[in-house]
Ligand binder design. Structure first.
Ligand SMILES: NC(=O)c1ccc[n+]([C@@H]2O[C@H](COP(=O)([O-])OP(=O)(O)OC[C@H]3O[C@@H](n4cnc5c(N)ncnc54)[C@H](O)[C@@H]3O)[C@@H](O)[C@H]2O)c1
Length: 340
């Protein structure tokens, strides 16, 4: 076993858990000791790849292991609250996949418990660790884009159809967390419409509209029933516009020096507003796998007693938006106020 500072246990070895395992396992200040899953075939497969790990089907083995500083939860969302509660009650720092919980009240409880116990609670809002998102935030904060008018995000694909949560709960935590992170603000209200085509009661497609203070709007399209694989975010400001295409490997951010000028002293209505066209620039972005950055951030926060960027409160505000958006969707798009 390699030299380590933080010892981890990980529960959930389905689609996503092995990605977390691979990253944590490769980090020098980390030792993954135990992995847990109910499915024996998943345990077998992980044991074959990582023979030095202990595997178990019993989550209590993680809770009762005094060597574990932290637990990583990558099980389905419906299990998050129970697993997280137990981890915190056993004094373990916690990394939990998104969404933090399915209910606001549960998220509040976890946040309060972690804060009272001085424990790190970090939520897997992966996109907050994406170097391109950092670039977008820098462009907004430096005011290079001018006043932000609105943004929209498209997260659509054919597939990873879920059976126990809808497309919004599965996909939107990324875009909700990014919108709040970029705008450094929380939405005042949300309106959402969705539709079910494949399974009773589970939306395949959801369109969400968030209203932020100052008239800033964020529109988010989520679907697992779409011919395109799109991971696009577009931000429109008064000076410039920017597009982030997460399907691109190198030229992922494009800055458009475009806008609309307000002309003074015009003689006809048609001259009042004139579109302005300029250069398109592509900034160099030094890419590191966002998941690696996210995992390293969790370890750093434990070691240095620092608040994670995507801490429990960030997880809580995303759950608040999800819950309000679900209420709106259930009322056919009626706007629902959000109180943070
Ligand atoms: N950050 C991202 O980009 C990203 C991407 C995909 C999934 N996720 C998140 O990761 C989590 C898991 O998603 P997934 O796609 O891997 O799901 P999955 O269904 O593929 O895997 C879940 C695993 O948990 C195991 N499990 C379920 N109940 C358990 C229990 N009681 N005890 C032990 N093991 C149990 C299952 O056997 C399965 O192997 C979800 O919260 C999801 O939102 C995040």
């Amino acid at each position: 076993m390699k030299e380590s500072k933080i010892t981890l246990g990980l529960v959930g070895l389905g689609y996503w858990g092995p990605n977390l395992l691979r990253n944590f396992d490769q980090l020098p200040n980390c030792c993954v000791k135990i992995c847990c899953d109910l499915d024996p075939s998943r345990l077998e497969s992980i044991k074959a790849q990582y023979p030095y790990l202990t595997v178990t089907a019993n989550y209590n083995d993680l809770l009762s292991d005094p060597d574990l500083d932290a637990i990583v939860i990558a099980t389905p969302a419906r299990t998050h609250y129970t697993f997280a509660l137990k981890a915190l009650q056993h004094g373990k720092h916690l990394f939990i996949e998104k969404p933090l919980t399915l209910e606001v009240q549960h998220a509040i409880e976890l946040v309060e418990l972690s804060e009272a116990g001085g424990l790190i609670l970090m939520v897997g809002h992966l996109m907050e660790y994406h170097p391109a998102i950092e670039k977008l935030r820098e462009l907004i904060q430096s005011e290079e884009l001018g006043q932000i008018y609105y943004l929209y995000a498209q997260r659509v694909n054919l597939g990873r159809i879920r059976y126990d949560e809808n497309a919004m709960w599965s996909l939107a935590p990324h875009d909700f967390s990014v919108a709040m992170y970029l705008l450094d603000a929380e939405p005042e209200n949300v309106s959402a419409r969705g539709a079910t085509y494949l399974q009773d009661g589970i939306d395949d497609v959801v369109f969400v509209n968030l209203q932020f203070p100052g008239g800033v709007m964020a529109h988010i399209q989520l679907s697992w029933l779409d011919p395109h694989k799109l991971r696009l975010t577009t931000i429109v400001g008064s000076e410039k516009m920017v597009v982030f295409d997460d399907m691109e490997t190198t030229e992922m951010v494009k800055i458009y020096n475009k806008g609309v000028n307000h002309n003074g002293g015009y003689t006809s209505y048609g001259e009042a507003l004139s579109p302005r066209f300029g250069d398109v620039t592509i900034p160099y972005i030094k890419m590191t796998e966002p998941l690696k950055l996210e995992c390293q951030h969790f370890l750093d926060c434990i070691i240095n007693h620092r608040k994670p960027r995507s801490d429990g409160r960030d997880g809580l505000r995303v759950v608040r938006v999800l819950q309000a958006a679900q209420q709106s969707r259930n009322r056919n798009g009626e706007p629902v106020g959000i109180r943070m």
